[in-house]
Design a protein around this ligand. Structure first.
Ligand code: NAD
Length: 491
């Protein structure tokens, strides 16, 4: 049994309160993680604040070089990181490697930070006067992250924050803490000074103390909608800059002119990959016009063929859920939908333990007022809804409180264009089921899927982690300049 500690100011720090970490494929504890309380929270923020005093003045070129070294170390340690992710999260090893690659792409973006931080310059805005602007780091930035992407989601935040000249305190999910400890080691090996990146382990109590700490300048949060709303309200009330990404209910609209085999393949992978525990998972397929029956038949064939098992076993396509609670939630939603008259086309309930396994479930004829449709299930359950027209499908998607991701499957460019313009959703795929933007764009949903006004990583990430300064400058020539001031407003 391992004991996962904090990394504060370059050293491992313990604590008196711990929680067990489970292997979801076995349902047994594999380690303990310390839970930070007020003294550790303060120590982490203080270490980051002290490191900021010098890190903010380190040259952009050196910051970029450290990111290049960190990027190479991430690549070299990909297997080790993936094994840690699979052991604590349960996802299949290939899937764990996928999140590490997508996270590494953010580091690659951060390697180009000197380009992203270039300011503006206007010569001679008045006689002998120039104007220019540049962006400066904020100070100590905090990241609070969910269990479902132990490597990728934190990488959306800290490489950009640090490359911009900030220091960082990461609070990983207490359910999957080990990968962040290795990330701290890799940063140290890459040459990052102590205290620039700190890992503060803990639970909601730790997170709450962190977002209220007076020396934290900005908070990035990713997790469920109720907690995102709470973090946004609490941190903004304390005067901090906040981006808080929440939960999702992602719809894939399938038009009758779509390639139904392609749509069924893609929707199956997007609904059941990582056991549906992705914020960009497709959890609702909206079949339009004549599409429903042939689509349901194809989805059912594919769902039944998925191999469920431990994520580390070769041949497994779908691993377990994160916890016994998650398994109970998923089963409860399917039970309630069935009791309310939904058709259970494929039933994933009742898989044997000892791990937290649910198989793929496919539900048809679900009333839209049922909790199974209204709430984020965050498990391997796909609901099929029916719509008469594309406009009806758009109205359905827009009536949902979430707006993270969506996809349309069609062979009509006109229909796709109409859909991408009309939906109130932050990320849209056209014949692409999981439209996660590349690292050089920014990631974020609308409505209850994001609180705050800045999306994460890419150009909006740079804006979030910096603030602008505008300079107006005059260097008078001694022989010609008048030193007399003008009492009127300068024009
Ligand atoms: P969660 O909201 O339970 O926890 C997220 C983080 O917040 C964890 O670090 C946790 O310790 C902390 N936390 C929990 N309760 C808190 C509270 N009351 N106050 C302060 N901090 C608290 O989420 P989870 O179960 O770990 O992750 C799954 C959720 O994350 C899903 O809803 C999923 O859609 C969402 N998610 C969203 C995105 C996105 O980009 N929008 C990405 C990944 C996951």
């Amino acid at each position: 049994m391992s004991l996962i500690q904090h990394r504060i100011g370059g050293v491992q720090v313990g604590g008196s309160v711990t929680a067990p970490v489970h292997d979801p494929a076995a349902g047994t504890p594999v380690g303990e993680v310390v839970l930070g309380r007020a003294p550790e929270v303060d120590a982490a923020v203080t270490a980051a604040a002290r490191a900021f005093e010098s890190w903010q003045d380190v040259s952009q070129a050196r910051r970029a070089r450290i990111m290049f070294a960190f990027r190479d170390l991430l690549e070299r340690h990909e297997d080790e990181l993936a094994r840690l992710v699979t052991a604590e999260h349960g996802k299949v090893l290939d899937d764990a490697c996928g999140e590490i690659v997508r996270g590494r792409e953010v580091v690659e973006f951060a390697c180009g930070i000197p380009q992203a931080l270039k300011g503006e310059y206007s010569d001679q805005v008045s006689s002998g006067v120039d104007a220019y602007s540049f962006r400066q780091p904020l100070g100590v930035c905090a990241g609070i992250v969910p269990f479902n992407f132990p490597v990728m989601v934190p990488l959306w935040m800290h490489p950009i924050a640090i490359a911009c000249g900030n220091t960082f305190v990461l609070k990983p999910s207490e359910r999957v803490p080990s990968a962040s400890a290795l990330i701290a080691d890799l940063y140290a090996e890459a040459g990052l000074p102590d205290g620039v990146f700190n890992v503060l382990n803990g639970d909601r109590e730790t997170a709450d103390a962190l977002i209220r700490h007076p020396d934290v300048a900005a908070v990035s949060f990713v997790g469920s909608t109720p907690v995102a709303r709470h973090v946004h309200a609490t941190a903004t009330a304390a005067g901090k800059r906040v981006q808080a990404l929440g939960g999702a209910k992602n719809h894939a609209v399938v038009l009758p002119d779509a390639d139904l085999d392609l749509a069924a393949d893609q929707i199956t992978a997007a609904a059941y990959g990582s056991a549906g525990q992705r914020c960009m998972a497709i959890s609702v397929a909206v079949a339009v016009g004549a599409a429903p029956d042939p689509l349901v038949a194809r989805l059912a064939d594919r769902a039944r063929a998925i191999k469920v098992g431990p994520g580390a076993d070769p041949g497994t396509e779908m691993g377990p859920l994160i916890s016994a609670d998650a398994l109970a939630r998923v089963t409860g939603h399917v039970d309630a939908a069935q009791a309310a008259g939904a058709e259970i086309v494929v039933d994933g309930r009742g898989l044997p333990g000892p791990g937290y396994f649910a198989g793929p479930s496919l539900l048809d004829h679900v009333a839209t007022d049922l909790p199974a449709y209204q709430e984020e299930i965050f498990g391997p359950v796909l609901i099929v809804l029916r719509a008469d027209t594309l406009d009806d499908a758009i109205a359905l998607v827009n009536a949902n409180p979430h707006g993270n991701g969506t996809a349309i499957f069609t062979s009509s460019g006109e229909a796709a264009r109409r859909y991408q313009r009309a939906v109130h959703v932050g990320m849209v795929g056209v014949n692409v089921p999981i439209p996660v933007p590349m690292a050089f764009y920014s990631f974020g949903g609308w409505k209850a899927s994001l609180f705050g006004d800045t999306h994460i990583h890419g150009p909006e990430g740079v804006r979030f982690y910096t603030r602008a300064k505008a300079i107006t400058s005059r260097w008078p020539e001694p022989q010609t300049a008048s030193t007399a001031g003008d009492m009127a407003f300068p024009t």
